[in-house]
Write a protein that binds this ligand. Structure first.
Ligand SMILES: [Zn+2]
Length: 72
């Protein structure tokens, strides 16, 4: 069983980045503003404080189910 994700209320300084960590084979993204975590299989999509989905997150979303396992 995988560990639960940390989900905090996002604040105005949110910014998402790839942590380099893997959880059940999925890349883990974390928010530098509030400490929330996200993986591509989550039903929601994180946005930066600008309201824009960060490119690494959008990329992970596009390739969900296949992309991150390629090239292993
Ligand atoms: Zn946040």
């Amino acid at each position: 069983m995988r560990r639960p994700l940390e989900i905090a209320g996002c604040r105005s300084e949110c910014g998402w980045r790839d942590t380099g960590e893997l959880l059940d084979g999925e890349p883990v993204f974390a928010c530098t503003g509030c400490g929330s975590e996200w993986v591509p299989s989550e039903p929601w999509t994180p946005v930066d404080y600008t309201g824009v989905v960060p490119e690494p997150v959008a990329e992970a979303r596009r390739t969900r189910g296949t992309g991150w396992q390629r090239g292993q």
